[in-house]
Design a protein around this ligand. Structure first.
Ligand code: FES
Length: 131
């Protein structure tokens, strides 16, 4: 094997390490989403009462219905991630007292961001919440 000068060997080693770490960094920063549509939950439209909500506690999603139709909110509090509860007029977090209106907007902190809203697709008599 050829005996490379020390500075050339150091350069090649450094270049290899930079390329490897750059590749790992790009892989880490790139979203893992495959772009595929993923149904988080689905329900019969008739199971969501007008003005009410259907809760999926395991998935921490609420499927709500108002005069304009169906919509879905995450039940994960935007403060520190506790599960919010749904009342007649608001969503409330039991951990530190944040409150959100039924559209998910903050009424009272410490949360300072709205609840995440999911896309809803109506498929005949079924409603799909899509992530
Ligand atoms: S986690 Fe909900 S208010 Fe803190």
């Amino acid at each position: 094997m050829e005996n490379l000068p020390q500075s050339r060997r150091t350069f090649l080693t450094t270049l290899t390490l930079l390329l490897a770490s750059g590749s790992l960094l790009v892989r880490y920063l790139t979203p893992r989403s495959s772009g595929k549509r993923r149904v988080i939950v689905s329900a019969a439209a008739a199971d969501v009462p007008p003005g009410g909500a259907l809760l999926f506690r395991t998935e921490r999603v609420a499927l709500l219905r108002d005069d304009t139709g169906f919509y879905a909110l995450s039940l994960v509090c935007t403060h520190l991630g506790c599960t919010v509860t749904v009342t007649e007029d608001a969503l409330a977090c039991p951990c530190h007292g944040s409150r959100f209106d039924r559209q998910g907007k903050v009424l009272k902190g410490p949360a300072d961001r709205s609840l995440e809203r999911f896309r809803v697709e109506v498929k005949g008599e079924r409603i799909e919440v899509v992530g």
